[in-house]
Design a protein around this ligand. Structure first.
Ligand SMILES: [Cu+2]
Length: 253
């Protein structure tokens, strides 16, 4: 019994140490948080790739590598709803109009609305989601993208809720976005231009190793609404430690 009490005390002490080590000045400095994602193909596109998003204050540093795509322009966004853990659509249950394609709008229940437009220049807000001339153009079936830009505090604190979505498929192999089917977003764009072709959920990369304690806390980061991920994780660790203590105490009685 005493052993378990001591264990609980040690767990709490470790949490406190973690808080002391990572809290205080470290939090105030807005230490970088790195998120990564691996693209899964959508709509049988065969597209693949990855993304890294580093968050420093309200600055996002985005690096993405996308391959297996048509040599055309590819609209790409960070989608999501802050405070909600989104997911990449899979299967066909979201294909409401039954055309065999999960179009941009049909994917929204899973991956949310546009929170940032990953343009190559100019505005990166959601207002530029369809600024088709401002997105990267693939060559030889792939493209790389790097950009640093500012976002709101809400978005910066909620990057772990976001998903990277790439659009644009040359379904008929014509060498351009065309066809009779129109985009669900705009009558000025063909479906091909805005069709989602790949999606990646952003996940907090393993940061500085602090022992096994922080590992279990990662899952609860999605519960926070707009909180800084570090704070959320530390909070979870401390709460975890406190709960452990309570349980052990109860067990010794
Ligand atoms: Cu998008």
């Amino acid at each position: 019994m005493k052993n378990s009490t001591r264990l609980a005390a040690r767990a709490l002490a470790t949490s406190t140490l973690l808080l002391a080590a990572a809290g205080g000045p470290a939090l105030a400095q807005d230490d970088d948080q790195e998120y990564t994602g691996t693209l899964a193909p959508m709509n049988d596109s065969g597209a693949s790739g990855d993304i890294t998003v580093s968050v420093s204050g309200t600055t996002l540093d985005v690096t993405a590598n996308v391959s297996g795509v048509a040599d055309l322009v590819h609209a790409q966004h960070l989608h999501g709803e802050i405070g909600v853990a989104g997911s990449c659509p899979s299967g066909t249950e979201l294909d409401e109009d039954g055309d065999g394609v999960i179009n941009t709008v049909e994917g929204v229940p899973n991956y949310g609305t546009v929170k940032a437009s990953l343009t190559t220049a100019g505005d990166t807000s959601d207002a530029y989601a369809l600024a088709i001339e401002s997105f990267p153009v693939a060559e030889g079936g792939s493209y790389s993208y790097t950009r640093s830009f500012e976002v709101s505090e809400d978005i910066a604190g909620g990057v772990g809720d976001l998903l990277f979505v790439v659009h644009g498929a040359d379904v008929d192999g014509s060498g351009e976005y065309d066809g009779d089917a129109l985009s669900a977003l705009s009558d000025d764009l063909p479906l091909e231009a805005t069709m989602p072709i790949a999606c990646a959920r952003l996940v907090l990369a393993e940061s500085t190793p602090t022992g096994g304690v922080a590992a279990g806390a990662g899952g609860s980061a999605g519960d926070t609404t707009g909180g800084v991920a570090v704070a959320a994780m530390l909070g979870a660790v401390v709460i975890g430690g406190a709960a452990l203590t309570t349980n052990r105490r109860r067990a010794t009685r």
